[in-house]
Ligand binder design. Structure first.
Ligand code: AMP
Length: 177
């Protein structure tokens, strides 16, 4: 029986700051059948797409990305915040509301010809996903697909990814912010 996955995502108003409706996926992943279904539904979209790697964005992108990688039978690439990876890295800066942040991958982990699926729990402004897209494409890899559990379409991040020739999918969307 199919589970209504959206009903398993909890909304916490005013977290981490006033006015933000925080879409909390911890209630989804603690539900065994819901967690399994979310991974299976996301992986099923890419079974015929010759994906070679899944790249998951720290930290909640690891939870879903790892499951999707196992389901597709491909390797997993952790996209980490600055200074967390032990080996030589390449990074991409991106602007935050206040300041800058950096995403990094290990040098040599992806190369030209690889076909990478980008995964995170949620896309809002798209800042993190766009920086990751740029980083992966700088290696010569192909990135034509991105999947999220939650899309917030009114904020516009998914549209920005589509403008960069990425097909964007999600399991659910929420109106507003
Ligand atoms: P953005 O770069 O604006 O697309 O933000 C994406 C990242 O911030 C994701 O990794 C989310 O985990 C987190 N995030 C942003 N907005 C929300 C929200 N309303 N609820 C839950 N997580 C959020």
């Amino acid at each position: 029986m199919s589970i209504d996955l959206k009903s398993l995502v909890r909304t916490i108003p005013d977290y981490p700051q006033k006015g933000i409706m925080f879409r909390d996926i911890t209630t989804l992943i603690e539900h065994p059948a819901g967690f399994r279904q979310s991974i299976e539904e996301m992986a099923a979209k890419y079974s015929g797409q010759s994906i070679t790697h899944v790249a998951g964005i720290e930290a909640r992108g690891f939870i879903f990305g790892a499951g999707i990688a196992i389901a597709l039978g491909v390797g997993f690439i952790p996209v980490r915040k600055a200074g967390k990876l032990p080996g030589e890295t390449i990074g991409q800066n991106y602007a935050l509301e206040y300041g800058v942040d950096t995403v990094e991958i290990h040098t040599g982990v992806v190369k030209e010809g690889d076909n990478i699926l980008l995964v995170d729990d949620l896309i809002a402004t798209g800042g993190t996903a766009l920086a990751t897209l740029n980083l992966l494409r700088r290696t010569g890899a192909t990135v034509e697909h991105a999947v999220f559990v939650v899309d917030l379409p009114e904020i516009g991040g998914a549209g920005k990814l589509r403008a960069k020739n990425v097909q964007v999918d999600s399991l659910m969307s929420f109106e507003g912010h």
